[in-house]
Ligand binder design. Structure first.
Ligand code: ADP
Ligand code: MG
Length: 212
């Protein structure tokens, strides 16, 4: 089976991501306390709670993500708010009016999200940011898609790629965002935004897997 996702599936993802971020806010915040200002978990918890409240009923996938992205931009705060909001809005825009979306469309949305984050934040791979989770997520998704994997399997590949990407930020020295002020002292800690990206993409994979 190849699988598709409709607006209700995307809304279920945002709800699960919000639940998981709320449950893990302490861990995200302590990662940010090590190399930033200790607010990442709180920021994202607030932003995703606003996204859940803004989810439209019965809307197509694109509209669900643009509504969630708007709420995240306006309520998250920090550097990560505009970046995550842009990611969601770009993915939503990439979906257009497609309803449901298929595995190729979800992959295009994920790539559009990465491109939006790179454009706005100007971070490259290796700068120790959420981009270091998103790049391998997109690469793993695309490789799974090219191998004929269905929607949920592609999403699991993306989540695995993001988790490996987040782990790989530990030995990196931060070159963007607040953590870059620490210079070499940023080495040895996982980037909080890469950790939250991995968590959010795992929520997507789990949502699409449980539904099948
Ligand atoms: P702030 O740094 O303003 O306190 P958060 O703590 O919410 O904001 O988010 C920090 C995360 O944002 C970092 O761990 C990193 O992943 C991400 N980030 C910061 N600056 C950039 C950037 N220029 N490009 C991509 N991601 C970034
Ligand atoms: Mg912070």
């Amino acid at each position: 089976m190849t699988g598709t996702a409709d607006g209700a599936d995307l809304a279920a993802w945002i709800r699960l991501a919000a639940e998981r971020v709320a449950a893990d806010a302490g861990r995200l915040t302590s990662l940010d306390a090590a190399i930033g200002d200790g607010d990442h978990g709180l920021n994202l918890d607030r932003g995703l709670a606003a996204a859940v409240a803004a989810l439209p009923d019965g809307a197509p996938p694109g509209k669900v993500l643009t509504a969630a992205g708007r709420a995240v931009v306006s309520k998250t705060g920090g550097a990560s708010g505009p970046l995550y909001g842009t990611a969601l809005r770009r993915a939503g825009k990439a979906f257009g009016d497609a309803d449901p979306i298929d595995a190729a469309a979800l992959g295009a949305g994920l790539r559009a999200a990465l491109d939006g984050v790179r454009e706005l934040g100007q971070a490259a791979g290796g700068d120790k940011t959420m981009v270091d989770a998103l790049i391998p997520a997109v690469a793993s998704y695309d490789a799974a898609l090219a191998a004929g994997t269905g929607l949920a399997g592609c999403a699991r590949a993306a989540a695995d790629g993001a988790a490996q990407g987040a782990d790989a930020t530990v030995p990196m020295q931060a070159r963007k965002g607040r953590a870059s002020y620490l210079g070499e002292r940023s080495i040895g800690h996982m980037d909080p935004g890469a950790a939250s990206t991995a968590l959010i993409l795992r929520a997507l994979a789990d949502t699409l897997t449980e539904r099948d």
